[in-house]
Design a protein around this ligand. Sequence first.
Ligand SMILES: *[C@@H]1O[C@H](CO)[C@@H](O)[C@H](O)[C@H]1NC(C)=O
Length: 312
Amino acid sequence: MARFSTALLATISLVGLAWAGASPRPLVVWHGLGDSAYAPGMLQFAEGIKTVHPGIFVHLVYIEEDLDKDRQAGFYGNVNEQVQLVSEQLAAIPELQGGFDAIGFSQGGQFLRAYVERYNSPPIHNLLTFGSQHTGISDIPTCRPRDLLCQIARRATNSAVYGSWAQENLVQAQYFRDPANLAAYYSANHFLTSVNNEIAETRNETYARNLASLNKLVLVLFTEDKTVVPKESSWFASEVVEDSADGQQRVFADRRTLVPMHEQPLYKENWIGLRDLDERGGVVFSECEGEHMQLGDCWEDLVREWAGGLVY
Ligand SMILES: *[C@@H]1O[C@H](CO)[C@@H](O)[C@H](O)[C@H]1NC(C)=O
């Protein structure tokens, strides 16, 4: 029997696809905090996807058209404005107009979810989020030792997280949600409270309808994640609070007691359409072994299964 090289096989399958009039659904990737659309790691990831799905169109979301400035925009900026900017960016890309799958790394995951709820034009088919903070974070991640940009942002965020400057300018503050201090969060936060439809008076039914229109929402959690607190935010869980002796609320001492997605009011009362989506089998819980965003080859099977499906 003849032996074909993989390159030849890839060519043959490409020709086969073209023959059948089919091509893989395009893919959009929104990078995480500390990364950039132009970082070597992201470009490499895009190449990796193209080996899994030959012929796929991949777009890397950017806020700024420059490696360092784009990285900076992950720390500083107004998230609502960034999501709007990205909605305009995606709407202007001809290859995406029939819809696309999307992958959000870390905070990019909740930002893409915001895109679905608020814009979704063109629409996302499958949304995969890796280590994202869907129910926020209750602590600001520590920084790598010499990462000054990160350290300054962390210090500023911690010192006045619910201040109006932080809520307009520090990205992490806009998904900081301390379950022991919800009153401050509800009144100060204009991003996560909104995309989670947490404020009854301003709840937006379009958000719920749009999220429920996803084919699949694939929620990937990193089993050893020590950056995202709590890591189960990737699965829409949050920490349980208790009343302490002085009548103040505080997070349960071990921080490990969690309200899982199915017990969240957001889910039970279907504020964002998550229950609708889940009840028809549209929510997939998945895990990658390791610390936050240590992808290894964990992405490969997920991308094979949930991205790049053939469109005729
Ligand atoms: C609800 O969200 C949609 C989509 O973003 C928007 O067009 C609409 O104005 C919002 N409705 C209200 C009442 O804010």
